[in-house]
Design a protein around this ligand. Structure first.
Ligand SMILES: *Cc1c(COP(=O)(O)O)cnc(C)c1O
Length: 506
């Protein structure tokens, strides 16, 4: 695994060719002079087709993915992506659909979108759904735009503040700021929930809304959610639900009934469309009837044509406009629809029950060694701390790097920010007990190693294609452009450092 794979330019040899074009069967023509480039074309790699294929296949095999192993990245819900979804998305009628095709010729695709809107609305307790946004973060951006449009439509023009708990994902404050809102942080209490007293002190006639994740980003159910919603609504604000953790409560809690006005679904997390390099995201959004007129279009509606249901696009009356071209990431909608339909209501509930059970299994097995951030039953993920008794030098980063040597993708580290040395572990429902046990065994072994010889952890990873990277230097002195001499020099320095690390200390 440690062999170096050079950039494709370094594999190039002049004159090699990877494609044979047929002989010209139309008259040769000169291109207009204004379309010709005047500077020289930079050297393009010249390789045979076999070499190109092997180069990219070798690189792809270095990519750790859910298809090769457990990926317990907290908050990200890296669950198995069933292959039946891929099959459905590849049906010619879906894969070959063109967004500019006439609606009458796209009835199957429109029906699927209509059904997915309805299913997501039913699962979450919302009246209306838009499938447009391309990711959770874009769903958040959409939601805050909708909040603003709603307040302005009522002549309520002073609301320019969004409250965000200190445990929130970074996209919450970032998207609110992009809309032009002022972000106000709300503290968490000792049990990891929103601190109601602090919330009260920050609500005002300028409050446009609060963004809340439930279960929250420390993996705990926000037990005060009703009180939080009542307080925010009483102040004239709206409740945004960050649905990234929806995997924990499918079929159990409807956010629409728990006081939320708007929410995004990460189809690539909860609804198992591929992510982490595997495909574009999809961040559908749902909301109450009061906010529906502001949703981005197009949405799909059903109508009767010759006594039969038919489907067409429409744009809500006071829509904030489009947030994505055409129909959103349609291929992901097919996969999410397939997921919901193959599992059904009972299956979805079982997903969440198993996800929560798996996370608590890991928590109970590990918290004697890795202290739990909060001594409570967790939801679908547990937050531990990489603070080991009798190994004060060990840090969460060391533990994460050593896990790579044991064949596991590390969990999320140093997030949420309010937990020091955080290790946020989300096994998901798609791992077997054997895999969970193997993960526990690796974690406990790492703790033993840390106590016996901390250098084992400091040198990790030793089995990955590259050793531990100098992240500070990479950030301070980035090399962003291909430069053969510079690459060679960095490689030499890297190997020297690896040799130094590999030399046993006396
Ligand atoms: C992943 C995540 C987001 C952002 O979603 P993207 O789809 O990655 O844009 C927001 N909040 C939480 C809690 C998340 O885990």
């Amino acid at each position: 695994m440690n062999t170096y794979e050079p950039p494709i330019f370094e594999l190039s040899a002049p004159g090699k060719i990877g494609a044979n074009l047929p002989a010209l069967d139309v008259p040769a023509a000169e291109l207009p002079a204004n379309l010709l480039r005047s500077d020289d074309l930079a050297a393009m790699p010249e390789l045979s087709e076999t070499e190109v294929m092997r180069h990219f296949t070798r690189i792809s095999q270095r990519n750790y993915c859910i298809d090769t192993g457990m990926y317990p990245l907290g908050s990200c819900t890296m669950k198995y992506n069933p292959k039946i979804h891929e099959e459905a998305a590849r049906y010619a009628g879906f894969a070959g659909a063109h967004p500019l095709q006439d609606e009458q010729l796209s009835q199957g695709a429109l029906r699927l979108m209509y059904e997915l809107q309805t299913l997501l609305g039913e699962i979450s307790g919302f009246d209306a759904v838009s499938l447009q946004p391309a990711a959770g973060a874009q769903g958040e951006f959409t939601g805050v735009l909708v909040f603003r449009a709603y307040h302005l439509s009522r002549g309520d023009t002073e609301r320019n503040e969004i409250l965000v708990p200190d445990s929130a994902h970074g996209t919450n404050p970032a998207t609110a700021a992009m809309v032009g809102m002022k972000v106000i942080e709300v503290q968490s209490g000792p049990r990891g929930n929103c601190n109601l007293e602090d919330l009260k002190s920050k609500l005002s006639p300028r409050t446009a809304g609060l963004m809340l994740t439930n279960p929250n980003t420390v993996g705990l159910f926000e037990q005060n959610v009703r009180e939080v919603a009542e307080l925010v609504h009483a102040a004239g604000g709206l409740m945004y639900g960050d649905g990234a953790n929806f995997n924990a409560i499918l079929g159990i809690v409807k956010p629409g009934a728990a006081g939320f006005d708007f929410m995004h679904y990460n189809l690539h997390k909860t609804f198992t469309t591929p992510h982490g390099g595997g495909g574009p995201g999809s961040g559908a959004v749902g909301c109450t009837a009061a906010l529906a007129p502001f949703l981005p279009g197009p949405r799909v509606e059903q109508y009767m044509q010759d006594g039969k249901p038919a489907y067409r696009f429409f744009t809500p009356a006071q829509s904030i406009g489009r947030v994505k071209s055409f129909w959103g990431n349609f291929g992901m909608l097919v996969r999410a629809w397939t997921y919901i339909r193959t599992l059904g209501a009972a299956g979805l509930r079982e997903v969440s029950e198993t996800a929560v059970l798996n996370a608590n299994y890991l928590r109970v097995k590990l918290q004697g060694t890795y202290p739990a951030a909060y001594n409570r039953t967790c939801m679908h993920e547990c937050v531990l701390k990489g603070q080991l008794a009798e190994a004060p030098q060990a840090r969460t980063l060391d533990i994460a790097k050593r896990l790579i040597d044991y064949g596991f993708h590390p969990p999320t580290v140093y997030f949420p920010l309010i937990v020091p040395e955080a290790l946020m572990i989300e096994p998901t429902e798609t791992e077997s007990k054997q895999n969970l046990d193997a993960f526990v065994e690796a974690m406990l072994k790492i703790a033993d190693e840390a106590r016996a010889d901390i250098e084992i952890l400091h040198q990790a990873p030793t089995t990955a294609p590259v050793r531990r990277l100098d992240e500070v230097r990479a950030a301070r002195q980035p090399v962003l452009k291909y430069d053969a001499a510079k690459f060679a020099q960095l490689r030499e320095e890297g190997s020297a450092r690896a040799r130094e690390l590999a030399t046993p200390r006396t």
